[in-house]
Write a protein that binds this ligand. Structure first.
Ligand code: AMP
Ligand code: ZN
Length: 113
């Protein structure tokens, strides 16, 4: 996706502050952190949102979820963390490339805003 900002970070066309990378996923620090640690974890494959996941993406998404704990451990989130996936208009998704927000190093509240 040539006009997708996260695809450009994945391809290194624009710089990202990378926290973790392998052949299938990338984790990079959010530009506007909402917690002392705020990282976005994305599949390298462009999938617009949770609403656009195909059956063939199930294994990749399972992999993505299974790596959250490793990214969290690498960032020192041994006391817990929150993951958020904003989806669509009501979910306040602003970047149309599926991403997991990983937030930590502060006590979260519930319900979310
Ligand atoms: P969402 O609102 O769930 O779509 O989240 C998009 C997130 O991407 C926001 O938290 C932004 O601060 C973040 N963001 C946008 N552009 C960049 C960028 N170039 N590098 C890092 N984070 C970004
Ligand atoms: Zn993309």
């Amino acid at each position: 996706m040539s006009d997708c900002i996260f695809c450009k970070i994945i391809s290194k066309e624009i710089p990202g502050n990378i926290a973790y990378e392998d052949d299938r996923i990338l984790a990079f620090h959010d530009l506007e952190p909402q917690a002392p640690v705020h990282v976005l974890i994305v599949p390298k494959k462009h999938i617009a949102s949770l609403d656009d996941v195909a059956q063939e993406d199930a294994e990749l998404l399972g992999y993505l979820m299974s790596k959250v704990k490793d990214v969290a451990a690498g960032l020192g989130l041994e006391n817990g963390y929150r993951v958020v996936i904003n989806t669509g208009e009501d979910g306040f998704q602003t970047v149309k490339h599926l991403h997991i927000h990983l937030l930590g190093k502060r006590k979260m509240t519930w319900p979310p805003g």
